[in-house]
Design a protein around this ligand. Structure first.
Ligand SMILES: [Zn+2]
Length: 95
């Protein structure tokens, strides 16, 4: 794998290149998902308001802002939308 840095060329092993790309992605994706996982979602079925663990947020199937999540109260999987009221009381955290 060759890296072009202005007029210089660096020859690095392919594995090292892949590892550095993965590390770079993790450095971007993990803090972003930790930050975004603070969003409160509302269950369509029972109206339960909940927050997700960051890795569940990262892995959840999504379409626009809606995510396919398991509700922590009624345990059913369905499409959940972000709550309009993001600062609220009695929030169930998905454990
Ligand atoms: Zn529910």
């Amino acid at each position: 794998m060759t890296i072009n840095w202005f007029d210089e060329h660096f020859e690095i092993p392919l594995v090292l290149g892949i590892i550095s790309i993965i590390i770079f992605m993790l450095l971007l994706v993990v803090p972003a998902s930790i930050c975004l996982s603070r969003t409160i979602y509302v269950c369509d079925k029972c109206g339960c308001r909940f927050r997700l663990k960051w890795y569940k947020y990262l892995l959840a199937l999504h379409m626009n802002d809606d995510r396919y999540l398991r509700c922590p109260r009624c345990k059913k999987k369905n499409w959940c939308s972000p709550s309009y009221n993001q600062n609220g009381n009695n929030i169930d955290i998905d454990k």
